[in-house]
Design a protein around this ligand. Structure first.
Ligand code: ZN
Length: 279
């Protein structure tokens, strides 16, 4: 890794020797570097923006190879159940959808847009980098925007949702700059993302979230907190979940047990956060 390259989360530039992970899509090995200070992980080099757009335009094909069913209609019920649980755990009251402007960055096939509408949201926008994914969404009275947060009016968002999107972004600082200029004072950012820590240390190169070209920057909780502080963002509710085991990799009763422990003792390899913007 380029010696000058600073960790996006903590700003330091010392790394451990790379974790080598094979990309099923590119059919080659890519390197992930762990920051020695905050223990966040970065893919380097990252693909360029055009490659990323191409990648998400072929997301249906890609997801069919890696996790079949992920973007399907059937999965919508599952998502409703997951989001119910998560929002309750971080302390986001669904009444907050009502009479507020709600924006989801990285809306993919739009399941969460349906969710917000179901719970009474009227002012909804979904943003995605892939025009093809947006075209697949059949929903009324929702703004669908191809691109990024720069297309949203400044100082206009009450609730910004970023579920499993930050880790996909090449230039996280640019996204954060755009986010905080679009958020109103005392507005909410709901963030969900994988986190490095105990579980990524155990699984090493086999960690489920080391997904080349998809996951470019994965913070530790320490790295995430440093980043948020820089933007006057304060965590007021959180949950950790996921034991690192994927369905079918171990017997289900064991997976349930490990998942339970990961949540209970807060070492899950994914986190959801309710964050307040103090401008
Ligand atoms: Zn770092």
């Amino acid at each position: 890794m380029n010696k000058e390259k600073k960790c996006i989360f903590c700003g330091r530039n010392k790394y451990y020797s790379p974790l080598k992970v094979f990309s099923k899509i590119q059919k080659k090995t890519v390197n992930y570097y762990k920051c020695k200070f905050c223990k966040s992980i970065h893919q380097y080099p990252t693909p360029d923006n055009n490659e990323i757009i191409k990648y998400y335009d072929s997301y249906y094909e890609v997801k069919n190879i890696l996790n079949p069913g992920y973007l399907d209609e059937k999965n919508k019920n599952n998502l409703f159940y997951e989001r119910d649980k998560t929002l309750a755990e971080i302390g986001f009251d669904k009444k907050n959808f009502i009479n507020k402007s709600n924006v989801e960055l990285g809306c993919a096939s739009g399941h969460f847009l349906f969710y917000m509408q179901f719970y009474g949201a009227k002012d909804i926008a979904g943003i995605d980098i892939s025009a093809k994914l947006l075209k697949s969404i059949k929903i009324n009275n929702v703004k669908l925007i191809n691109g990024d947060l720069s297309k949203i009016k400044k100082n206009s968002i009450d609730n910004l949702f970023m579920f499993n999107i930050l880790e996909h972004i090449i230039n996280i600082k640019e996204t954060m700059d755009q986010a905080v200029t679009r958020l109103k004072k005392d507005s909410r950012l709901i963030l969900e993302l994988p986190l490095t820590g105990l579980i990524s240390n155990i699984f090493k190169t086999k960690w489920r979230f080391l997904m080349p070209d998809e996951h470019l920057h994965i913070p530790s909780i320490k790295g995430l907190k440093i980043l948020l502080k820089e933007y006057n963002l304060k965590i007021i509710g959180q949950t950790r979940f996921g034991s690192g085991f994927t369905s079918g990799s171990i017997p289900n009763f064991l997976k349930l047990k490990f998942d339970y422990l990961a949540k209970k003792f807060k070492f899950g390899d994914r986190g959801s956060f309710l964050i307040i913007f103090k401008s």
